[in-house]
Design a protein around this ligand. Sequence first.
Ligand SMILES: NC(=O)c1ccc[n+]([C@@H]2O[C@H](COP(=O)([O-])OP(=O)(O)OC[C@H]3O[C@@H](n4cnc5c(N)ncnc54)[C@H](OP(=O)(O)O)[C@@H]3O)[C@@H](O)[C@H]2O)c1
Length: 223
Amino acid sequence: MVTSIDGRLHPSRFTASPDGVVKDWSRLTEGLHDSYGGEGWIVGRATMQEMAKGEPHPPAAFEPPPRPHHIARRDAKAIAVTFDRGGRVHYRAGEIGGDHAVAVLGSGVADAHLAELVADGVSYIVSQTPDIDLRAALAVLKREFGVSQLLLEGGAEINGAFLAAGLVEELSVVVAPALDADLDVQGIVAFPGGLKGRVQLRLIGCDRLDHGAVHLRYEVLPG
Ligand SMILES: NC(=O)c1ccc[n+]([C@@H]2O[C@H](COP(=O)([O-])OP(=O)(O)OC[C@H]3O[C@@H](n4cnc5c(N)ncnc54)[C@H](OP(=O)(O)O)[C@@H]3O)[C@@H](O)[C@H]2O)c1
């Protein structure tokens, strides 16, 4: 993830710098994404809606879609996972940025949405409960796709949920030489009631990058 030095989430709002522009800092995070290895990545529902850009298009008629999961592809090099309790993300294809799209959904998701995902070539996992059990979902992803490490790449709410659940091993951020500073703008992590007492961070890396940016890495420990 890329953040400003005041920890904010939206690069389009950042102050300018003589050292670089948002594109430079985003490219640095993409490079780090690649260097962390390629089994797959996770984003929250809001972030995936921005990436997938689909509109609702359920098939007019369909057989009851399989539950609790449908695996459209098992040979994908990497998976692009989103946690979408209500089935609000609509896709245009079964791939996002060249990686196979996988939706993790709450138990209340409609059959029409599952049928849409099947038709789009998207894999899905339906949780046993309306609120997704993150740890159980990761176990299914590991079993079905053979992934042992996934990159959690925002936004704030899904980052907060995974951190609070004790499911993050390392926090890695590119800090741009920029400020946001407006009132009520999201930070890169959000969790109701905060994370004090839930996690601790230990600094394990601090590298100066190009374009005035710094790469910070922390081991995440229980609070
Ligand atoms: N700076 C960066 O590098 C960076 C990286 C990624 C994203 N972003 C930005 O971040 C913004 C979105 O951030 P966001 O915090 O609003 O949304 P988000 O984290 O992308 O998605 C949050 C949504 O995920 C769903 N979700 C599923 N399971 C959840 C759980 N157990 N706990 C919490 N949420 C769960 C919820 O939607 P439902 O209730 O509908 O399921 C929740 O509203 C976008 O504007 C994006 O561009 C920035």
